[in-house]
Structure formats: structure tokens, C-alpha cells
Design a protein around this ligand. Structure first.
Ligand SMILES: C[S@@+](CC[C@H](N)C(=O)[O-])C[C@H]1O[C@@H](n2cnc3c(N)ncnc32)[C@H](O)[C@@H]1O
Length: 266
């Protein structure tokens, strides 16, 4: 078994509900505290999207997992939102939430917070309804394939990519991380936008019975990887995990947020 296959095997134990409980409730998602890591992530995404440049026909989320927060500021600027993941359990969790089925995660505090950031007076219920309508597909992806979504998505066919905590958490080493980045950037059209959030200097995280190995990356490594993948960095921000954010489910030391743009090949 090669190391990419070994990572894939370790994901067979990934538990979406445990993962959500570890990361997407207080203290990590405490909307009463601006210091909470979730407020920071949502603020970064909101401020980049509020500039008005990130728009187009299709936005694609790579390695969505069971989460939707990463799309809340960007989705209204696109006609079609496509969510993707390697695991059927995660795709199923998303589909159930999109269909408003019972026993799914409560994302309403996230919608309320993003509506507050936008300050347009839109109700969170309205935004939630629009989100459910705008996501047209939840499909398989594999960042280690040259065509991560299969042949249907030709290279250069997507206007915007979003990805959060996927590449470093699903690659066996730095070489595979770089290749995976180039594979997904290949989907973007020239000058297409990339909103990327990831873990800094993390070596593992937990999701129920699963203990997933992570490639520890630094800010410099992420910036160099983007340069090699022919992306120009528009904005790069970091967050240091405070003691209150260390809850025993991983050893992450910080988070990066990048807004990048694929170089024009002219
Ligand atoms: C740490 S979770 C991130 C989930 C979510 N994006 C978030 O922000 O919390 C990593 C995700 O990558 C997915 N994954 C694992 N291997 C993958 C692969 N080869 N290609 C694409 N996604 C993969 C996992 O199923 C999991 O949902």
C-alpha cells in the first residue's frame, strides 16, 4: 500500500458527527467572543468577499467534509455552488442538512453571525434558504488525482475554489501536499480565485475513532507552495491558537487564511 492509500484507509474511520462536535461548537465556535477561532475565520472570508472581486458562475469547495461555514460569505456571488468530499459519510451528512432532515448539525448560529458581519439586514433564515437552493451538487473528490473531480470538470473550468483543512490533513507528506495543490488549482480558470484555510504546524487530529495524520506546514511553506502552483497571494493572514482554543482534539498551533488568484497564463 502506498502512503496515499494509507491516508485513504485512515479516513475510513472518520466520524462526521464527532468531527463537528470537536471543532464547530464552543469554545472554538463561540460567537459571543471575537477571540474565538471561528469568528476569525468567518471575518477573513467576509472581508475578502466584501471587496466584490470574487464572483462568477461556479464556486467549488474541495474536501467539504460535513461543514458549510466556509461558503457562507462567498456563495451568493456565484450561480452554482458545488460541494465535494472523498467520503460518502460526509457527502451524506451534507445532503441531509441540505434537505433539512432531522438530526443534522445546527448551522443557524453561523448564518446569524455572517448576516451580522454583512450588515445588510438580511434574515438568517433567508440566507439559509438561499444557501440550500444554491448548492446544486455534492460530489466525490480526490485531491491526489490529476483531475480531482473526474473528467467532467476540465482544467480551467471553475471561477473560484474554496478549501478548508483538507490538503494538509489528507496528504502523506509535503510532496503529495504540493501535488494536491497543483491538482486543484488546475481546475481554476486563469485569474480564478482561491480561498484557502488550513492548519499550521499540526501533526494529527481526531474524529471519533479515527486519528488522522497531518503534514505540519508553516506560513513560509504554504506561501512557497502557492508560488510553485502559479498562484499570486492577494492576502495572507494567520491566527495563533490561544489556550482556550486547545481542546485536546488535535495539536494545531495556528491557522492560515489565504486569498490567492491563479496567474494569467498570457
Ligand atoms: C479536516 S476535514 C476538513 C473538513 C471541512 N472542510 C472543514 O473545514 O472542517 C478533511 C476532509 O478531507 C476529506 N478528504 C480525505 N481525503 C481526501 C482526498 N483524497 N480528497 C479530497 N478530500 C479528502 C475528508 O473526508 C474530510 O472531510
Amino acid at each position: 500500500m502506498n502512503s496515499v492509500q494509507a491516508v485513504a484507509k485512515s479516513y475510513q474511520l472518520f466520524n462526521p458527527k464527532a468531527y463537528l462536535q470537536n471543532n464547530y461548537v464552543p469554545p472554538r465556535a463561540d460567537f459571543s467572543s471575537e477571540q474565538s477561532v471561528m469568528c476569525w475565520k468567518l471575518r477573513c472570508l467576509h472581508e475578502a468577499c466584501a471587496k466584490g472581486e470574487i464572483k462568477g458562475h461556479t464556486v467549488l469547495d474541495i474536501g467539504s467534509g460535513p461543514t458549510i461555514y466556509q461558503l457562507l460569505s462567498v456563495f451568493e456571488n456565484f450561480d452554482e455552488v458545488i460541494m465535494t468530499d472523498f467520503l460518502e459519510v460526509n457527502r451524506e451528512e451534507l445532503r441531509k442538512w441540505l434537505k433539512n432532515e432531522p438530526d443534522t448539525f445546527d448551522w443557524s448560529p453561523y448564518f446569524k453571525h455572517v448576516c451580522k458581519l454583512e450588515g445588510k439586514g438580511e434574515s438568517w433564515q433567508n440566507k439559509e434558504k438561499h444557501f440550500r437552493e444554491r448548492v446544486t451538487r455534492v460530489i466525490p473528490s480526490d485531491i491526489h488525482q490529476p483531475c480531482p473531480l473526474g473528467k467532467e470538470f476540465a482544467s480551467g473550468s471553475v471561477d473560484c475554489l474554496v478549501s478548508s483543512f483538507c490538503l494538509e490533513a489528507c496528504s502523506p507528506d509535503l510532496e503529495a501536499f504540493q501535488k494536491a495543490l497543483e491538482n486543484i488549482v488546475g481546475l481554476l480558470n486563469p485569474l480564478g480565485h482561491f480561498l484557502w484555510i488550513g492548519a499550521l504546524e499540526e501533526s494529527y487530529y481526531l474524529a471519533g475513532e479515527a486519528k488522522l495524520t497531518v503534514v505540519p506546514v508553516t506560513e513560509e511553506m504554504v506561501k512557497a507552495a502557492l508560488g510553485k502552483a502559479k498562484c499570486v497571494i492577494r492576502e495572507f493572514r494567520t491566527y495563533s491558537m490561544t489556550p482556550a482554543m486547545k481542546v485536546g482534539v488535535d495539536d494545531v498551533s495556528g491557522i492560515f487564511f489565504v486569498w490567492a488568484q491563479k496567474r494569467d497564463n498570457k
